[in-house]
Ligand binder design. Structure first.
Ligand code: MN
Length: 260
C-alpha cells in the first residue's frame, strides 16, 4: 500500500449553529461532503456520503467501479430518506475525494467530484485545483462573464449545478493518475476558499509539514477570517514512495523531504 500521512479538521464556522459538512479520511479513502438543505437535512445527506465511502476503507484492491457504486448508493439513500421524511425533501450533498485504487496491478489515485467542494494538489509552493467546480459561478467564469475575484462575492456563488440527491443520479467527474513523490493534496469544502485566498492556503501548507496540523491551521484561519460557512479540510501526504513491485523494482523507499 502507498504509505500516506493525513489529517482532517472541520468546524461549523463562526456564524452557523450546525455543521453540515462531513469528512472521511481513512487509510485509502478521503472525501469531503458539504450538505445542502435546511433543518439539519444537509447533515444527513453529507453523512450518507461519508458512510458509504467509508465502507471501502482499508481495502487494498479497490477499483473505480466500487467508488462509483458508493456514490450511486449515496444518491439512492438520500432520495429514499427524503421520500420518507418530508422535512428532508430537497436535501443533497457535494462530494470531492481521493481514493487509492488498483489499475493493472499498481496503485493509482482516483479523484472524484460532484459539486463545488475541491481537490487541490500542492507541490513546489504551488496550489493547483484539480477538480472542476459544478457551480453557477464556475460556468459564468468559463464563459468569461465574471472574473475569479467577482466569483468570490457573487450572489450565485452558493448555487451548485450538480449534487448528490437528485433524480436522475448525477454523473461524477472521475479521473485516475499515478502517485508521485512529494504528492500533497488538499480536499476542502467551499467554506475554506470563501475565506482564504490561494496565497494564504499555500503559506499554511508550506509552513506545516504535518498534515493534521496543516488541516487544523487551515480551518482555524478560515474561521478566524470570518467563518461564514462550515469549513472542512483534509490534507494528505504521500509519506513514502515505496512501490517496489511493478513500477520500478529498483526504487528504494524514499522519505518525502520535510518542510512540504
Ligand atoms: Mn459550504
Amino acid at each position: 500500500m502507498l504509505e500516506l500521512d493525513y489529517g482532517s479538521a472541520t468546524s461549523a464556522g463562526a456564524v452557523r449553529d450546525l455543521n453540515e459538512d462531513a469528512a472521511v479520511a481513512l487509510a485509502n479513502i478521503f472525501a469531503v461532503a458539504d450538505g445542502l438543505g435546511g433543518h439539519a437535512a444537509g447533515e444527513i445527506a453529507s453523512g450518507f456520503a461519508v458512510t458509504h465511502l467509508g465502507k471501502l476503507a482499508g481495502r487494498d484492491d479497490l477499483h473505480s467501479d466500487e467508488i462509483q457504486a458508493a456514490i450511486a448508493e449515496t444518491n439512492a439513500a438520500i432520495l429514499a430518506s427524503s421520500a420518507r421524511h418530508g422535512e428532508q425533501v430537497g436535501m443533497g450533498t457535494t462530494v470531492a475525494g481521493l481514493a487509492v485504487i488498483r489499475v493493472g496491478g499498481t496503485e493509482h489515485w482516483l479523484a472524484f467530484n460532484i459539486g463545488d467542494s475541491r481537490i487541490y494538489r500542492y507541490a513546489d509552493q504551488q496550489l493547483i485545483q484539480l477538480s472542476v467546480d459544478h457551480s453557477e459561478v464556475a460556468e459564468l467564469m468559463a464563459l468569461g462573464r465574471i472574473t475569479p475575484a467577482q466569483a468570490r462575492s457573487h450572489p450565485m456563488r452558493n448555487v451548485v449545478t450538480r449534487s448528490l440527491g437528485t433524480d436522475p443520479a448525477p454523473t461524477p467527474d472521475l479521473w485516475v493518475f499515478p502517485p508521485s513523490s512529494g504528492d500533497r493534496f488538499l480536499l476542502c469544502s467551499d467554506g475554506l476558499t470563501l475565506e482564504l485566498e490561494d496565497a494564504e492556503i499555500c503559506a499554511i501548507l508550506a509552513a506545516q509539514p504535518r498534515p493534521q496540523e496543516a488541516a487544523d491551521r487551515l480551518v482555524e484561519r478560515a474561521v478566524g477570517a470570518g467563518g461564514r460557512d462550515n469549513v472542512t479540510a483534509i490534507v494528505i501526504d504521500l509519506a513514502v514512495w515505496g512501490q517496489t513491485d511493478v513500477v520500478d523494482a529498483r526504487t528504494a523507499p524514499r522519505v518525502r523531504p520535510s518542510g512540504g
